[in-house]
Design a protein around this ligand. Structure first.
Ligand SMILES: [Zn+2]
Length: 144
């Protein structure tokens, strides 16, 4: 797409810090990393970014490509684990975000603060929330 920044990167019209490329995906270092080595695995073909609307075959290939890049990141950055997010936010072009888990003095650490959002805050978190009222969970489960 003409106005898509990721299409421009894929086409070489905008420079990037490419670390890997497959037939269907290009992996680049995020220019706004929140941890060293944050990487974006971007489909070469333009697809809108909502992960729930990506064709299954592209989604599968993307996850496999992300797994391969995670191995490279683990090896180069000496991390045991890399987290993956497919949230569809930011650029409206299918991409997978990879976050190397750098260890601190006490290991990987753990978030102790619990969070709960009434509305999407603009980012995903894997922090736990407060324990939900079981009757509320039962009511919600029965509504499906
Ligand atoms: Zn695009």
């Amino acid at each position: 797409m003409e106005d898509c920044i990721f299409c421009k990167i894929i086409n070489g019209n905008i420079p990037s810090y490419k670390i890997h490329e497959t037939a269907d995906f290009v992996s680049i270092l995020d220019i706004n990393p929140n941890v060293k080595g944050t990487t974006l695995v971007i489909s070469k073909k333009h697809h809108a970014s909502n992960p729930m609307e990506i064709p299954n075959e592209i989604l599968k290939k993307g996850i496999i490509a992300a797994k391969e890049i995670s191995k490279i990141l683990s090896s180069k950055l000496n991390v045991e684990r890399v987290g993956m997010a497919i949230d569809g936010t930011g650029v409206n072009h299918f991409h997978i975000k990879l976050y190397p888990f750098h260890k601190g003095e006490s290991g990987l650490g753990e978030a102790h603060e619990r969070v709960y959002f009434e509305h999407y805050p603009g980012y995903l978190t894997t922090q736990l929330g407060p324990q939900e009222d079981f009757s509320e969970l039962e009511k919600l489960a029965k509504s499906f």
